[in-house]
Design a protein around this ligand. Sequence first.
Ligand code: SAM
Length: 239
Amino acid sequence: MQMKELNPFLKSLLGWDLNPAQIQAFDWYEKELLVWNERFNLTAIRNPEGIRSKHFLDSITCALVMNGKRKGSLIDIGTGAGFPGIPLKILLPQIRLTLVESIGKKVDFCKHVINRLELEGTTVIQGRAEELGQDKSHREQYDWAVARAVANLNTLSEYLLPLVKVGGVMIAQKGEAGPAEAQMASNAFKLLGGHLKIIRKVELPGIADDRYLIAVDKVAVTPDIYPRRTGLPAKKPLQ
Ligand code: SAM
């Protein structure tokens, strides 16, 4: 699949497609990812086809559970080389984007992409979700908190829900275990002020694996004790 061949798929999925400048931005991002991957281990997917379907398209599917909104604040936790946050920002330029990643080289790559593509209204933070969740300037400040391939939902909900304002949504991109994880995490959602909104199955060209979007509404303020100190949400996930 060539980059411009993403368009028919996007049109059927979202009802709109990419303009030439957006296609150019994805082209440049793909090339840069391939170049940086030769020096640093940014992502396991190392071929153009995989980057287009497993990184770009897959990231963009988050828009399916964003209720057609094209504005608002979005934080991407454990973004790695920018997924899903940067493709979403290229697709929806009006969102205010915050990328969070604990590993310095990945942060450097994200900053490089943001600067080169002039993605305004974007901040990249080297840090941990647990710290940001207790920081007043980030706690309950976002319309959406998203993550892909970062942690099991019990742990992930403690990373994401404290960052979401009441009325906002946590979005987790998950593989085949998504529905079972969502069921197991229902009490964690409740403890953190969340309520499961939807589990949406997503089918992508060139991807045989099941993909799911798990969207959790923030319906109540998160109690002060969450997130617990760094490492604890992963070591002792909420049950
Ligand atoms: N989301 C990207 C993707 O889908 O390609 C990267 C996925 S990678 C498997 C998981 C990333 O999450 C790693 O780069 C790791 O450093 C980061 N990470 C894990 N736990 C984190 C935390 N508590 N706070 C911030 N980053 C975290």
